[in-house]
Write a protein that binds this ligand. Structure first.
Ligand code: GDP
Ligand code: MN
Length: 382
């Protein structure tokens, strides 16, 4: 889950990373109220899940209530790279002396955490990364060692931060690392991390990506509001607790187990088709789960055929068959189901489906046969 700036900053604050005072607003009036509360000058900031807001006109300084009102009016509803602004963060403006960059992420190839620090932060960091990559200092961190103050101090020194910023920046790095580790983030990034004209260091922006697989450790994440336009298919799937990823193709896929779901996707591609989604109904899939899965796929306008590929182990195929019948009773499917059922109780399952005699259900015996048939129904190989 990606947090927007103000959510990221609230996350930072919990671990002691200093941020500016601010407030959230969904209307122009509320933006002025928030601005009055934090004191002028303020900065009015678009809350969207995309970078480069500054360059797109989504970050503006206001000296008084009139300017705050004008900026809020301009920024609300603004389209930034396809993300429409519906929420603002208004914070007390900072007098910036220097803009730095700091971040932690997971380096999967190295199987270590990676710290990145630069003295040349700000809105042109991408350009810095491209043209002068040596200006971004990198350090791998073994998760068993963690990051201590001395190492953090060395890192910010190597990155060439100003002398008066070093100790505060090192403290912030240690706090940010804790936020990254204990907060179960895949990425935390501060750009810019600023040195103020009066010698303080703090975070002016926040990018935080939480590791969804750690959600079970964080009941408080349930309260984090999702900002932005989520894919309606993924939204429904999430409500049902399904492992679902929306794709662009025309063959809807349901399989039990992530491995089988991925193989099914591969086979669909191999026979010239394209998948509309990845959906793993898991090892304990019962009739209800199957019906929910079909309902989610049915909301996708691109789907022309649904390929259900189940290998019964713990999952019993007769349960799956009943699930399909439940779904047919609950939703009007817009595409036929090509069905490959094998494994535990597959004979019983076929009998249940034969008795039902729906021309919406097309049985196939093999995975490749089923994929070919589904692709054919979906309009043939592309
Ligand atoms: P981004 O463009 O989406 O990364 O948005 P940021 O939050 O990083 O803001 C972009 C730029 O706006 C920063 O690099 C700063 O130069 C500027 N900015 C943001 N907040 C302030 C502030 O409080 N005071 C001043 N003077 N500039 C700010
Ligand atoms: Mn930024």
């Amino acid at each position: 889950m990606d947090l927007v700036e103000y959510q990221g900053k609230q996350y930072f604050a919990r671990y002691g990373v200093p941020i500016s005072d601010g407030g959230v607003a969904d209307t122009v009036e509320d933006a002025v109220v928030a601005a009055d509360a934090v004191g002028y000058p303020v900065v009015v900031k678009a809350q969207v899940q995309v970078g480069g807001r500054g360059k797109a006109g989504g970050v503006k300084l206001a000296a008084d209530a009139g300017e705050a009102r004008q900026h809020a009016t301009d920024i609300l509803g603004l389209d930034i790279k396809g993300h429409v602004v519906r929420r603002l963060w208004v914070e007390h403006a900072t007098d910036i002396a220097k803009e730095y960059y700091a971040g932690f992420t997971l380096d999967r190839a190295a199987k270590l955490h990676l710290a990145m620090v630069s003295a040349r932060g700000g809105i042109d960091i991408e350009q810095v990364a491209e043209e002068t990559p040596e200006a971004i200092v990198r350090l791998h961190i073994d998760p068993l060692d963690g990051l201590d103050y001395a190492t953090a101090l060395q890192l910010v020194t190597d990155a060439g931060l100003d002398a008066e910023a070093l100790e505060q920046a090192a403290d912030i790095l240690v706090a940010l690392y804790r936020c990254y580790i204990e907060g179960d983030a895949d990425l935390v990034e501060v750009n810019p991390l600023v040195l103020t004209t009066d010698g303080r260091v703090h975070a002016l922006d926040a990018k935080v990506t939480l590791d969804d697989d750690a959600a079970f450790r964080h009941p408080e994440w349930a309260d984090i509001e999702e900002i932005g336009d989520v894919d309606p298919r993924e939204h429904l799937a999430k409500q049902y607790g399904l492992q679902y990823i929306g794709l662009e193709g025309s063959v809807g896929i349901i399989a039990n187990g992530a491995g089988l779901a991925m193989s099914t996707l591969d086979v669909v591609n191999q026979v010239g088709g394209s998948a509309a989604n990845f959906l793993d109904i898991g090892g304990g899939a019962n009739a209800d789960v199957m019906a929910n899965a079909l309902e989610v796929i049915n909301t996708d306008d691109n789907v022309r055929a649904i390929l259900v590929n189940i290998f019964g182990g713990i999952v019993r195929c007769d349960e799956v068959a009943r699930g399909i019948l439940t779904a047919l009773g609950r939703v009007e499917l817009r595409s036929p189901i090509v069905l490959r059922l094998d494994g535990t109780n597959s004979v019983e399952a076929r009998k249940i489906l034969q008795e039902y005699r729906s021309d919406q259900i097309i049985p196939e015996l093999t995975m490749v046969g089923a994929a070919k048939r589904a692709v054919e129904i979906a309009g043939g190989p592309s």
